[in-house]
Ligand binder design. Structure first.
Ligand code: ACO
Length: 331
């Protein structure tokens, strides 16, 4: 059944903190090497929030850019959905902080936590409010301070993550562009392969952790790698099927930026060239849910996307979660 309205991205914005953490700097923190990190992950450097800087501030920077890019004022925004798995506060939510700091006085605000899949989840939630006619303009902002939940004594994880924020404005569009199809999913039964305990941790989780440390990432890298490689290809194929679009019709795939080998593996399973897969992880690392909107903003600023182009976003993350969406670019 045709929906009464369509939802499309009409503005993008991003912000990466200035401070860099390079592979050679990591060599003096844990026993690792630039060569190992580049070969196993494709990452050369990542950005890190200063100790005194709130995550909310970089979320605001990205949000203001996206709102300006859409040609709107903060007062036009009716809903803010923030995604993060590394918030400053459990309450107030990141979305409320962004609402307060941007002066988006007419907006409702709440957070979504689907780890690295958070942006895809938030986009699909926002889409519902546009398609059913409730709202016309929604801000979706994904911001992560992964360095604050990283165990810098664990070389298996500390080389992977970085900080940053990306945002989009999702608006009612009436030119046939916008979100064509989306898939969300979860495999909660495997949630214990990637954890960040906050106020309670199970005994098994504590045993896995370096010196039992809580409030930092612990990950079974090879389990996550196997899940990610399979699900990235599957979620891409399924969203193509749902939209009735062939891979040849897709200009770019914007995958969650976790590891270059996962992207290569997905490209192989999909039988496509790496030229079709956008990647910036060489200089951002894995910024969890912020990775896709940061990529979208970069690609838009580089002039790689034009109105009518078909693209796919696809992610996996802690939970475990996964999701994909196929969009006809609206800008
Ligand atoms: N430097 C040097 N050696 C290292 C490092 C390091 N930073 N990290 C691990 N090693 C060592 C290990 O100790 C191991 O040594 P051993 O054989 O003596 O025990 C050896 O390298 C191989 O370790 P593996 O874990 O098998 O290495 P692998 O090739 O699997 O790479 C990695 C590890 C990069 C973590 C990979 O498994 C991976 O990318 N997994 C998926 C990670 C991911 O995508 N996470 C997503 C994060 S969360 C999210 O996005 C929601």
């Amino acid at each position: 059944m045709m929906k009464p309205y369509r939802a499309g991205i009409t503005g993008t914005g991003s912000f990466l903190p200035e401070k860099k953490l390079t592979n050679s700097q990591l060599e003096s923190i844990v026993e690792t090497s630039d060569e190992w990190i580049v070969k196993r992950t494709g990452i050369r450097e990542r950005r890190i929030l200063e100790d005194f800087a709130p995550l909310a501030d970089i979320a605001v920077e990205a949000s203001v850019k996206a709102i300006n890019d859409a040609g709107l004022s903060p007062l036009d925004i009716e809903l803010i959905i923030a995604s993060t798995c590394s918030p400053d506060y459990l309450s107030p939510s990141l979305a409320c902080m962004v609402q307060g700091k941007t002066g988006a006085k007419n907006a409702a605000a709440f957070d979504v936590n689907a780890a690295c899949t958070g942006f895809v989840y938030a986009l699909q939630i926002g889409r519902q409010f546009i398609e059913n006619g409730t709202y016309k303009n929604i801000l979706i902002v994904s911001a992560e301070a992964m360095s604050r939940v990283t165990d810098f004594t664990d070389r298996k994880t500390c080389v992977l993550f970085g900080d940053g924020a990306g945002a989009v404005v999702l608006s009612r569009v009436d030119d046939g562009t916008g979100i064509d199809a989306a898939i969300l999913g979860a495999a909660g039964e495997n949630g214990d392969v990637l954890t960040i305990p906050l106020l309670y941790a199970s005994d098994t989780d504590i045993q896995n952790r370096n010196e039992g440390k809580k409030q930092v990432i612990w990950m079974d890298g090879s389990e996550v790698f196997t899940f990610a490689s399979r699900i990235m290809a599957e979620a891409t194929k399924n969203v193509l099927n749902n939209a009735g679009v062939e891979m040849e019709g897709i200009k770019y795939i914007f995958p969650h930026q976790a590891n270059m080998r996962i992207l290569q593996n997905a490209a192989k399973r999909l039988d496509i060239s790496m030229d079709k897969i956008y990647s910036n992880l060489e200089y951002t690392g894995n910024i969890s849910s912020a990775s896709i909107p940061v990529c979208l903003d970069e690609a838009s600023n580089k002039g790689l996307l034009k109105k009518g182009d078909k693209i796919i976003i696809v992610a996996f993350g802690g939970g475990l979660t996964y999701g994909s969406a196929l969009l006809t670019w609206s800008m």
